[in-house]
Ligand binder design. Structure first.
Ligand SMILES: [Zn+2]
Length: 155
């Protein structure tokens, strides 16, 4: 069955509606309420139907943000594929930190290793020490927007 046909399935229509209601019918990236809204899959799992995702795996985005984020994800996937070919684990961790911090500035990020922290620091435009200092015992780091605001505060 073609993907376009799956999107006509009432089970997807219900999942879509639930995501839109949960997001209060606004773009979760820019807050736009008057542009056409799309329900975006943040990731795809091989073999799953479009409606077989939790609400956390879906994002409500306006048509412009959807286009922008899809482009970023495509570029990121291509960059990761190239790094995998080179077997450069450090560069992959750094790239992951950069993209996670850029896509989710309002949530805590689990820091995986020093290179990952470097990537988060790059996006946040702060020193890597600030990221590692902001980690709690479980390795979670404060949201990037908090990191960025702490950068302006001089002791
Ligand atoms: Zn938007």
């Amino acid at each position: 069955m073609a993907y376009a046909d799956l999107l006509k399935d009432p089970r997807w229509q219900r999942a879509r509606l639930e995501a839109l209601n949960a997001a209060d019918w606004e773009c979760s990236s820019c807050g736009e309420r008057t542009k056409t809204l799309h329900v975006h899959h943040k990731r795809y799992v091989w073999g799953r139907k479009p409606w077989e995702y939790t609400i956390d795996e879906l994002a409500v985005l306006c048509v412009d943000c959807h286009e922008r984020i899809t482009l970023i994800q495509k570029r990121f996937d291509a960059a990761v594929a190239a790094l995998k070919l080179e077997g450069d684990e450090a560069a992959m961790s750094r790239a992951l930190g950069v993209i996670e911090a850029a896509l989710s500035p309002n949530v805590q990020i689990q820091v995986l290793n020093l290179e990952h922290a470097e990537g988060i620091a790059l996006t946040s435009r702060v020193a890597v020490e600030l990221v590692t200092d902001a980690m709690d015992a479980s390795g979670e780091v404060v949201p990037v927007h908090v990191l960025m605001s702490s950068r302006e505060v001089k002791p």
